[in-house]
Design a protein around this ligand. Structure first.
Ligand SMILES: Nc1nc2c(c(=O)[nH]1)N[C@H]1C(S)=C(S)[C@@H](COP(=O)(O)O)O[C@H]1N2
Ligand SMILES: [Mo]
Length: 393
């Protein structure tokens, strides 16, 4: 009985090994296909990582980092590129995994300590990459089927993934270089099977199509092609999309009330408490600025309102030496507050906006007053602002 079981196991393992060897002989599983797809993925992952890092720094700035106010559209570009490279990586990663999967059945599992480290980093790289792409795509679809906080998890796993990628690139540098150098044709593919070129063209084509079908969420002229993007940049009240409507934020009553005040407090000589009419009576400034959501969509608006710096000065604080916390009428949302650093607080275009496109703000865009400033992530463009807390720096 035991003998029979062993025989069966041996024959199954033998069959797996045969299939693996056959698969590895196919050009679609060749080192060259893996090297080409790997190089494309390496570039897209690196760009995605760096732009993601910038987004994290903007939202959770450590002491040494000051988010600049200019160029005003910088975050729109970097975050658009972040989401676009992430999305294009999906078909590339699937193709790459398909190319290398026979190698995952390599035996023995572990040959040496170095080999063990290489396998471990590969395991982390595969799991990390899948985690990053799946959570990223779910996030831009506003779908959170998990118990953890997306930005924190997405950020931490990014470091694990990029660390594993660096180890992987180190381990595969020689193989990749020689695979890229070798004359193009190796074994001919089985008739009827997918050729290497077929595989690469399919992967590149899929990446291109995914990009074309989604970048319209941030590149306006392409908006009609944006059939896979969750947002179009021109659909919403006043021609601008909405993230979190007034109803969801539970602010309708407070925002529409005559009792509304904008308070300027903190390290100031003269705290202010202003009605909407007070704000309307002050000198207004107009600025054309994008809302650039971390989810990758963005839309330009023509905003008008009172520069934040004018209110800081009116309260008797010194612009350039103060940072500011903006507080919303919204009670509990994670974006009910945002920070404005010294540089952004000093910029003339950082506005407490009262108007969008020449009309009073729609309730869903933050009526009566919202913050809008140059080069800020959308999550920091706080709506329904009711308090400005000034802090000397
Ligand atoms: N108070 C408050 N402000 C907020 C948010 C929020 O949830 N609450 N969402 C932010 C996000 S994520 C974005 S992208 C922008 C969107 O602004 P819009 O809805 O006017 O387009 O508002 C920001 N301001
Ligand atoms: Mo956002």
């Amino acid at each position: 009985m035991r003998q029979r079981a062993t025989d069966v196991a041996k024959s199954v393992l033998g069959r797996v090994a045969d299939e693996r060897d056959k698969a590895l002989a196919q050009p679609t599983h060749s080192p060259r296909a893996a090297a080409l797809l790997g190089s494309a993925l390496g570039v897209s992952f690196l760009v995605c990582f760096l732009t993601g890092l910038l987004s994290h720094l903007a939202q959770q700035p450590p002491g040494w980092f000051t988010l600049p106010a200019r160029p005003a559209g910088l975050y729109r570009v970097t975050q658009g590129v972040h989401v676009a490279t992430g999305l294009a990586s999906v078909p590339l990663l699937l193709a790459k995994l398909w190319t290398v999967y026979p190698g995952l059945f390599e035996r023995p599992l572990v040959r040496s300590f170095e080999h063990f480290l290489e396998r471990l980093s590969l395991f982390l790289l595969v799991c990390g990459s899948l985690f990053m792409l799946v959570t990223g795509v779910a996030n831009i679809s506003l779908w959170y089927p998990w118990p953890f906080f997306f930005p924190a998890a997405h950020y931490q796993v990014a470091w694990i993934t990029i660390g594993a990628l660096v180890v992987h690139i180190g381990a595969k540098a020689a193989t990749t270089a020689s695979a890229l150098r070798r004359p193009k044709s190796v074994a001919p593919s089985t008739p009827g099977a997918l050729s290497r070129r077929g595989l690469l063209v399919t992967a590149a084509g899929a990446a291109g199509l995914v990009t074309l079908a989604t970048v319209g969420q941030t590149i306006r002229p392409l908006r009609r092609l944006s059939i896979l993007a969750p947002r179009r940049p021109d659909v919403g009240p006043q021609g601008v999309p909405v993230n979190r409507a007034a109803v969801e934020a539970g602010v309708i009553e407070a925002a529409s009330s005559d009792g509304y005040r904008l308070v300027v407090s903190g390290d100031v000589a003269r705290p202010l408490s202003l009605t909407l009419a007070d704000l309307e009576a002050r000198p207004q400034r107009q600025a054309v600025l994008p809302i650039a959501c971390v989810e990758g969509w963005s839309a330009t608006g023509t905003w008008a309102g009172v520069p934040l710096r004018d209110l800081v000065e009116a309260a008797g604080a010194e612009v350039g030496n103060v940072a500011v916390e903006i507080r919303s009428l919204e009670r509990n949302g994670i974006y009910a507050r945002s920070q404005v650093n010294e540089v952004q607080a000093a910029d003339r275009d950082t506005l407490l906006a009262l108007r969008l496109g020449g009309e009073a703000l729609h309730l869903d865009h933050g009526y009566p007053v919202r913050l809008i400033g140059p080069n800020r992530p959308g999550v920091m463009q706080t709506k329904w602002v009711t308090e400005i807390v000034v802090r000397a720096t």
